[in-house]
Design a protein. Structure first.
Length: 135
């Protein structure tokens, strides 16, 4: 049994679909070890908030209008080098996953996965679990 964390893992959500972000927020806030500190549907605005809020983990949609998730990864890395990045994707092909990991994501999570598994993916990324980069 792992020891209880003294502080919560701070999570920031970036996805262009407002209803999906709200659902993720609700789902993740049910977990005592996680705290959603912010969310945005626009990657550029999200970068401003991320710099201020300093989350431990950024959950980032791969494909968004304007600035894509793939293009946002290096910008997050520049602002918060220690933050972990978990990419969300509805694309099942390995190409997007490989591109995300090569760009610096710590892991990828399919939007078709069981919702309860997202919290586990966030925790694994936070711990730096190298064995699981695709959930």
């Amino acid at each position: 049994m792992e020891p209880r964390r003294e502080t919560k893992i701070k999570v920031y959500l970036v996805d262009d679909q407002a209803m999906f972000r709200a659902a993720l927020r609700s789902l993740l806030n049910q977990r005592s070890e996680l705290e959603v500190v912010g969310s945005n549907g626009d990657a550029r605005r999200a970068l401003e908030e991320i710099q201020t809020l300093r989350p431990d983990v950024v959950v980032l949609d791969i494909s968004m209008p304007g600035l894509s998730g793939l293009d946002t990864i290096p910008l997050i890395r520049k602002l918060l080098p220690r933050a972990k990045i978990v990419m969300l994707t509805h694309h099942e092909g390995d190409t997007f996953v490989a591109q995300a990991l090569q760009a610096g994501a710590d892991g990828c999570f399919s939007k078709d996965s069981d919702p309860a598994e997202l919290a586990l993916a966030i925790e694994a990324a936070y711990r730096g679990d190298p064995a699981r980069r695709r959930w």
